[in-house]
Design a protein around this ligand. Structure first.
Ligand SMILES: NC(=O)c1ccc[n+]([C@@H]2O[C@H](COP(=O)([O-])OP(=O)(O)OC[C@H]3O[C@@H](n4cnc5c(N)ncnc54)[C@H](OP(=O)(O)O)[C@@H]3O)[C@@H](O)[C@H]2O)c1
Length: 300
């Protein structure tokens, strides 16, 4: 930790009136609390999820009395590049501005599976799907004044290794190794995007964050015994690093936010520690090339 902000909470979110925000995987967990807080702050929030009934239920749970903004449902399956394309085309057709994109959706340690396009599910959803979505929406974001992209990583990025020979389940499946790889890829993506934005002279920010250990549906595939003795933050608190990245005034390009407690497991948002592996420029370049060739989306 290099800097803490005195117990920053959702009450510090500045007025978001007039802003359009898109959050992936916003029907549950951190995405849901992020959507709710930004709608309460006055934004128009697109709640995107892969199951439209779950999205509708999530929106219905938000108390309209507390919301000065508006909410919209979106159907997006990040395990399908066709779905990402259809969704992005629809968003571009209906929204002339896009102020904040939150690449939040994620899957952790599921049984072995591939995305529709043949990628191991965790790298496919957590990284490849978000790469395509960000690229397809990039021009709209960069044409919107003061826009930003926030990508969710994890403490798990620290143990990750990007293995370009194991993106499509070429090796025996190791759910933990594949999750760590995907969250390292998310952080490298956010940092490399920031560098590329700056190189182009575009006025856009790419930021990253992580929620420490937070109680959500993410743990659904884990053996409950594995979780015994671990302590998790409430979901509202785990959404704070995302809310800080999405709304804090004048952040530096490439900033990374996480909880300020020991090991960044819990606490209130602060600047988080980035593992050296995430700063490897050669791997970041190769990862970008992979994103472009896998999705056919070239940007910035
Ligand atoms: N909770 C933690 O302790 C923790 C720690 C580190 C990082 N994170 C990161 O935080 C982010 C949010 O996760 P969470 O903890 O809030 O878990 P969560 O409650 O399970 O939320 C994940 C969201 O992603 C959605 N999703 C999964 N696969 C998708 C797909 N193919 N297409 C579109 N959406 C999909 C889920 O939809 P369904 O409801 O339909 O499954 C859900 O809405 C993830 O990126 C995760 O890696 C969480």
């Amino acid at each position: 930790m290099t800097h803490t902000f005195e117990s920053w909470t959702a009450e510090h979110v500045p007025d978001q009136s007039g802003k359009t925000v898109l959050i992936t995987g916003a029907n549950s967990g951190i995405g849901y609390f992020t959507a709710r807080a930004l709608a309460e702050a006055g934004a128009h929030v697109i709640v995107a999820g892969r199951d439209i009934d779950k999205v509708a239920q999530a929106i219905a749970k938000i108390d309209p009395q507390r919301v000065s903004g508006t909410l919209e449902a979106g159907l997006l399956d990040l395990a399908s590049l066709a779905s990402v394309n259809t969704f992005a085309t629809d968003i571009l057709g209906r929204h002339s501005t896009l102020d904040i994109l939150v690449n939040n959706a994620g899957v952790m340690m599921p049984p072995a599976a591939k995305t529709e396009d043949g990628f191991e599910q965790q790298i496919g959803v957590n990284f490849i799907g978000h790469f395509a979505l960000t690229g397809l929406l990039y021009d709209r974001l960069s044409q919107t004044p003061d826009a930003r992209i926030v990508t969710l990583s994890s403490i798990a990025h620290r143990g990750g290794i990007i293995d370009f020979d194991n993106m499509k389940l070429e090796k025996p499946y190791d759910p933990k190794r594949e999750y760590y790889q995907s969250k390292l890829a998310d952080l490298m993506f956010a940092l490399e995007l920031g560098r590329r934005i700056d190189a182009k002279g575009h006025k856009l920010l790419s930021l990253a964050c992580h929620p420490g250990f937070t109680t959500t549906e993410l743990q659904r595939h884990l053996d409950p015994k594995f979780l015994e003795g671990m302590s998790f933050m409430d979901t509202w608190q785990g959404s704070l690093p995302t809310l800080m990245a999405a709304t804090i005034a004048a952040p530096k390009q490439g900033s990374y936010y996480g909880p300020d407690g020991p090991g960044e497991f819990g606490g209130f948002p602060a600047i988080g520690a980035i593992d050296d592996a995430a700063l490897d420029a050669d791997t970041a370049q190769k990862l970008w090339d992979l994103g472009q060739s896998a999705t056919g989306v070239r940007f910035p």
